[in-house]
Every structure is written in structure tokens, then in C-alpha cells.
Design a protein around this ligand. Sequence first.
Ligand SMILES: [Zn+2]
Length: 218
Amino acid sequence: MLDDVGMDARAVRLAAESIVAGGRRMGARGLIVAGEGNLSVRVGDRLLVTPSGRRKDELRPDDLLLVPADPDAAPADPDRPDLRPTSDLRIHRAVHAARPDIVAVAHAHLAASLAITLAGEVPDPSVLPETGHFIPRLPFLAFMAMGSRQLADAIAAELADDREPTADVVLLERHGAVSVGRSVDAAIDRLELVDLLCRVWRDARLLGWQPRPRGGAA
Ligand SMILES: [Zn+2]
């Protein structure tokens, strides 16, 4: 993982520690199961990313891969031919390229969001004061093939859209959410808030609550 040529080894180590801790946090919060979910941190012109097919709540720093941030570069870490980067690497590369102001990208298949979008609903963060404040805008994307360039480009476009307020998390139909932040923890905070919104939305709907039409009068 460590490549000292032109690379700040300390920055890589700190990034690795934040990803390992973030993976444990996503597991403890029930945001991921089995090998789902992925995290990345930009270090210079590379991305430190989680590997494919491994539990993200049991990672060690040596399990991470350092790959070029360039979306058109080969997806491999030359130092780790034994590991494959996350199958969502295209998303991470596209988002980091589109949002140079952020450092970390997080993705998880939030269970309640899968249920809500499977049922054809899109939750509105403004229904709760907390999510309305911290997620002022939550773009939604209809289902696209996992791992496709089309999906990666669409997510990046939503997060780089210059409409105000800026979106820092995108909801995906039957595929969870992708969030960004100036740290791994800030990105995971946004996933937790979308998870909270979706769980509350689902429960309220089951209790008979009817959402107001979007844009309707208060
Ligand atoms: Zn995914």
C-alpha cells in the first residue's frame, strides 16, 4: 500500500486509519452487511480505497489499496496484485474529480432506503428538522447498473451541480446512498442521517402518515 515515491506516507497512514475506523463505525451502526459498502480518501493524486469483497468493519490498514485518482487510469494498485479495489471505484473516482473541495467519499446500501425506493417513494429531508438542516438537498437517481460509468457520472453530476444548496449526498434507487465530506466521519455522518430519514419515513408511512406533495403549501 505504501509508496514513498512522491507520496506523503504519513498522509496515507492517517487516511488508512480514518477508513479503518469508518468501516467499523458503518458496521456498528448497521449501515452495511457482508461485503457491502465502500470508502475512499484522496491523498494527493491518488485515492486510498477499500477492497472488493471484504467486510468493511474488519479491515486493517494493509487491506486498503492506493490507486490513481484519474478516472481513466488502470484500476489496480501495483503494490497489491492480490487485492481488487471496490467494484464502485468508478463512483469514487468520478466524485473526487467533480468535487475537489472534499476529501472522502462513502457509500452504503442503507436498508430502509432500499425499502422506500423499492416501494417507489423518495423521502424528503425537510420533514425532519435535523435532516432538513444537515441535508438541505437530497438528489435522487433512478436505478442504473452497478459499476457502470453511467451511474458514476450521474452521481458526480448531482454532487457537482452548482444549484444552491450544494448536495453532499445522493440517494440511489435500490442502491443506498453516496456521500462526500471533508473527512471520512463527515461523509458517514451524512449516510447516518439519510438512514435515519429513511427509517423514520418508512415507520411513519406504516403508521398511516401521508407526505404532503413536494412544493405544496405548509
Ligand atoms: Zn453499492
